[in-house]
Design a protein. Structure first.
Length: 406
């Protein structure tokens, strides 16, 4: 028994009320972990609502919390999964020892001042992205001569015709309507840098090569000596294609895309809804990736999106996205799937919508953006886990969960 002194009305004399030992041993009322969100390849923010003590005054500021982490739903229920204890009244925890490209399960328990701990079966998951690596193609060194390497050449300088001239014998800055010896010249083409007319279509290597061949063929007299270098010219397609596939940038993209959830202009632009008994439609604003913008500022085909879903936070299938939205999906529609994407990533109407099949009554959804830095990875069929990890190394590092219920 626990003896609790109370004031009794009228007489002013003290009396003792008997509080059962069972009541004193009650754990706090606690709904468990609220969410777990990756904020970097090695960091996850875990948060939850206040627990309320069932003994005495509901003092939430004295409550402490234990945070557990594991890599499967069963192990997170074990006491050995404990990774940290908060100070009193703190309702969030940052796991700074998360493992990149891994699904983490989190559980939280509350403990009151009497040492009574909750027992929860609730868990939440977070999927950390890969460690980011920038693009693999450097304009200076892979396309143009590397200023730091006196032996390197512009790739167009290596194409030599039967007359002993190479492409740069004519196509140089100041000596041609189409200079190929500078980044600005290649990207401007016969136009200007702000209004280019270049064979280069960022993120579209196939279309760019068709443009290149068309412009080469349009001047047969001057290019006739280069028939003898047909094999060398054909080899340009792979080199230029790899560079263009990553955005035709002057310098490789060295930052992953980011969803700017706190930007007021993006408020109300990240949501999902059931559309029929077997489908869900998700709508979101474009992620930001300004350092990988081509000179024109047109970011068409820049980003891909992966949609992950589960019936709850701890059942999201991080290995198999419910839907991928690729650049080729622009304004593409079938009877079963619909994708619409704004061609620009700026402006109030810059939204993406995608539909996927889903028959459950609840859905927890996370959208991840992927930029062009990993598109040149050669994948097996099916890809190995390591290949997938490298292909997705340029995935957005922050996430926000959408939860809907019928």
């Amino acid at each position: 028994m626990v003896l609790v002194p109370i004031a009794c009305g009228g007489s002013g004399s003290g009396r003792t009320a008997r509080l059962g030992a069972g009541a004193a041993g009650l754990p706090p009322f606690f709904t468990g972990v609220g969410s777990a969100e990756a904020i970097s390849p090695t960091e996850v923010v875990v948060s939850w609502s206040d627990a309320i003590d069932q003994v005495g005054e509901p003092n939430t500021q004295s409550m402490i919390y234990r945070v557990y982490r594991a890599f499967d739903p069963a192990s997170v229920l074990l006491e050995s999964a404990l990774i940290g204890t908060t100070d009193p009244g703190i309702t969030s925890f940052v796991d700074i020892d998360a493992i990149p490209f891994t699904t983490h399960y989190y559980r939280v328990e509350a403990i009151n001042t009497l040492g009574n701990q909750t027992t929860s079966l609730t868990s939440a998951t977070a999927r950390t992205p890969s460690l980011f690596e920038g693009g693999s193609i450097e304009f200076y060194g892979d396309i143009d001569a590397d200023p730091g390497d006196p032996l390197s050449q512009n790739i167009f300088e290596t194409i030599v015709g039967s007359n002993g001239l190479n492409c740069l014998s004519c196509h140089t800055d100041g000596g041609s309507a189409y200079p190929l010896d500078t980044y600005e010249g290649i990207m401007a083409g016969v136009g200007t840098f702000s209004e280019p007319d270049s064979f280069v279509i960022p993120f579209d290597p196939e279309g760019s090569w068709l443009e290149f061949v068309a412009r080469f063929s349009a001047n047969p007299i001057d290019h006739l000596p280069f028939v003898s270098a047909a094999a060398e010219i054909a080899a340009l397609e792979a080199i230029l294609g790899a560079w263009i596939n990553e955005g035709a940038l002057e310098f490789p993209d060295d930052q992953p895309p980011v969803f700017e959830f706190d930007d007021i202009d993006n408020a109300g632009k990240y949501y999902a809804e059931f559309t029929g008994f077997d489908k869900v439609t998700v709508t979101w604003f474009h992620a930001s990736d300004p350092e990988s913008l081509p000179p024109t500022g047109d970011t068409t085909n820049q980003l891909e999106y992966y949609i992950y879903v589960g019936t709850s936070s701890n059942t999201i299938d991080w290995e198999n996205p419910a839907r991928t939205v690729c650049p080729d999906d622009l304004n593409w529609e079938t009877a079963d799937e619909v994708v619409t994407m704004s061609p620009m990533k700026t402006g109030p109407d810059s939204l993406v919508s995608a539909e996927f099949g889903w028959c459950e009554d609840t859905a927890a959804i996370v959208i991840r953006a992927i930029d062009a830095a990993g598109r040149n990875e050669v994948l097996s069929d099916p890809p190995t886990p390591e290949e997938t990890k490298r292909r997705l190394r340029n995935m957005s590092v922050n996430e926000r969960e959408i939860f809907i219920q019928r």
